[in-house]
Each structure stands twice: as C-alpha cells, then as structure tokens.
Design a protein around this ligand. Structure first.
Ligand SMILES: [Zn+2]
Length: 397
C-alpha cells in the first residue's frame, strides 16, 4: 500500500513539471507549490522565493545585532554594469526589480592583485577570504607562498559551522580560496581532495562525476563513508531526510550555472541555512559563476540571467535574516569580466555591450546588510578591506 502511494505521488510529481517560456521569471505564478518543477533543459527549481518590496525594505531596515552568522555571496565576474543592465533588461523575480538594488549600504571595491592590475579569481578570492593581497593564480597563499588563514578556517576556530556553495566546479578558484591553500589554481586534483578533506558542514558544487573522478582513494573513502551525498538537486530532500539529526556533513550537487535565471542557487542556500543554523553560528559562501563564464563566452544575456540567479539567492538570504538579525550579509564580486559598457540610445544588441572576453580592473560593487554594514556606504574600499571586515565579524569583534 505504501509503495503504491509513493508511486502515485511520484506520478503526480512527474506530471506537475512546469514548462515555461524563455525567461524563468515567467514561472513566478506557476511554481509556488513545493512541487519540483523543470524549467529549462533540466534546470531544476522548487518554486519561487516569495518576497514583497515592503518585506525586503523591512528586513533591510530592521535592527541588527552582533553577527553570529556571516553570509557572503559572490557574483564571479559581476561588474557594476551587469547589475545596471540586469535591472533594466531582465525580468527579475520581482516586479520592483532587483532585490540587490534595494540594499542601502553599498559602495565599490578595487580588485587588483599583488602582481597585476587585473586580477584573476584566485588572487581576488584570496584577498576577500583572507584580507591579504597575493599574486594571480595563488590560492590562500601570500606572495612568498606561505599559507594565509582563510575565512573557513577562522570560522571553524570560532566554533562555527561552514557552508561552501558554488554553481561551478569544486576546485574553482573562488570556493577553494575561502577554504584551502595551494600555490596554483591549476592544481585542481589537489584542490578538490583538500576541499573534501576539509569537510565543510555543507558543500555544494556543479557535478558529481567532475568531483569524484578527481579524488584519491583515501579521499574517496572519506567522501563515501563520512558525507551525506545527493548526486543531483532533485535528490536533496530525500537524502537530507535520512539524516534529520544533522550528524553528517552534506555534499550536494546541482546542475551548475545556467543560461537562464534559476532558483537553484537560492534553494541550495535555503538548504544550507537549515543545516548550518546552530548556537555558535555559521559562515556561508555562495558563488554564482555565470557572470564570469558568460562574460568569457561573449553571452551578455547569460551574464544578466546570472545576476538574477544571484539576486534570488539574496532574497533567500534576506528571508533567513528576518528572524535572524544576528546575521551579516555581504554581496560583492571578485572582479569584472567582459568590459561591459552601457548602451547609448535604445538601438543596440546586448552582446555588443561586451567589449572584451577577459577580466578588467573595473572596481566592483559591494553591498552589505547587518550590523556595521554602513562601513561600505558610498565608499570605495579595497577587496582586502572587505576580507578584513568579514574576518572581524566572524571573530566576533
Ligand atoms: Zn574569469
């Protein structure tokens, strides 16, 4: 009988899949239930992150206390003009526009590395994660090759849980710079093994095979024996239900960044909030990688859709903060990608706004909500200042 019921239920789920148009913002009114819906080409989502303009403003303006939880959201390669253009060109989740743009404490950050005017994600990730400049290509190491203490390590020292989420590969420069150390971002096998061995309480990245194939035998054993693993986003709920006591670290895989805006990253963040919440707090890093990847690929629409994917994650974070005012939220980028210019007049093709397919030295935007976030208001800081600010918060100072 139980089996029959389960079968019936899964049939209902299958037939409830929602197909929609070329902008998943259209799914707004259709996917509000908790039903798993396929939006586009296998990008999974589980309904909206519902929030109104008034609720957003209320949460942003509420009284915040000393942060126990620190949430950092990074749009890799997300330049200031990506955000401006996304606000104007892409139907976001909400009719009032981007959630991001309602945050009042915002400024700019310079991104140069120790050895170059134009940084890569390794050096800028290290600057954000440790508060120190380093050379391009270095992960969590100073210019002399010594380990720099990173945010995940400091959080662990302070008894906090750790969550690392990226919609790109696990050994990517951004997630690894916040967690491990290596003299080169190209040592992907070492980086992947070190990430798994570090055992964040929540770890999520693009694809299962891309990780497992890189692991040495002893790391595979850790992965198999010690982690709770959900090989794709559809299985998260079932897998999490097998460990309701929250005893094991959770390793989940999602479909990666997408050419259309999705709720995947936002829902991953929601799962993380649930798993990470505890008396001592947590540090959570979320990377939305599409703003960089589509910049390299000369795909402006993909870049703007990725801003919306990030924005939905910001909405999810704010909803968590409504009942958790002891939380600090910071959103920034590691660098600009694509030399995106703003259009002159109305007659333009989106891709023409991308002036190059590499990184630039354009300062990026930084947004913050929570105690002390006025620090960034209408100022230009350096990315190392962001790192120092966040480390202070994690250390409770
Ligand atoms: Zn890049």
């Amino acid at each position: 009988m139980k089996k029959l019921l389960a079968l019936l239920l899964s049939l209902i789920l299958v037939f409830s899949f929602t197909a929609c148009g070329d902008n998943s913002g259209d799914a707004k009114n259709e996917t509000n239930s908790a039903v798993t819906a396929v939006t586009h080409n296998g990008w999974y989502t589980e309904g909206d992150i519902t929030i109104t303009k008034d609720q957003v403003d209320e949460i942003i303006n509420q009284k915040y206390t000393t942060p126990k939880n620190v949430i950092v959201i990074i749009g890799d390669g997300m330049g200031p003009n990506d955000i401006t253009l996304a606000e104007e060109n892409v139907k976001g989740v909400y009719d009032f526009g981007l959630v991001l743009n309602r945050i009042k404490n915002h400024g700019l950050a310079t991104t140069h590395s120790a050895d170059a005017e134009i940084t890569d994600s390794a050096a800028s990730g290290t600057a954000l994660a440790t508060g120190s400049k380093t050379n391009n290509g270095y992960i969590g190491k100073d210019v002399n090759g010594n380990d720099l203490k990173n945010m995940a390590e400091i959080a662990r020292e302070n008894g906090k849980k750790i969550g690392i989420i990226t919609d790109e590969d696990l050994p990517g420069a951004t997630p690894t710079a916040f967690t491990v150390h290596n003299i080169s971002r190209d040592n992907r096998k070492e980086l992947a093994n070190d990430m798994v061995k570090f055992k964040p309480d929540v770890l999520m990245c693009k694809d299962y095979m891309g990780v497992f194939a890189l692991l040495d035998a002893d790391t595979q054993k850790i992965f198999n024996d010690e982690y709770l693993v959900a090989k794709d986003f559809k299985r998260y709920k079932d897998v999490l239900n097998t460990d309701k006591e929250n005893k094991k670290p959770f390793f989940g895989f999602l479909d990666g960044y997408s050419p259309v805006a999705t709720y995947n990253l936002a829902h991953c963040a929601e799962v993380a909030f649930e798993r990470l919440e505890n008396d001592k707090g947590f540090f959570l890093l979320v990377e939305s990688a599409g703003t960089d990847k589509f910049g390299h690929d000369n795909n402006m629409n993909g870049k703007l859709q990725s801003v919306v994917t990030l924005d939905r994650t910001v909405a999810a974070a704010l909803k968590f903060m409504k009942d958790n005012p002891d939380t600090l939220l910071l959103i920034t980028s590691d660098h600009e990608t694509g030399g995106v210019k703003l259009p002159e007049g109305d007659n333009y093709k989106l891709n023409e706004l991308l002036t190059q397919n590499s990184h630039t030295d354009t300062p990026v935007r930084v947004f913050a909500v929570g105690k002390g976030s006025e620090y960034f208001k209408d100022k230009t800081v350096d990315n190392t200042d962001i790192g120092k600010f966040l480390i202070n918060a994690i250390e409770g100072e």
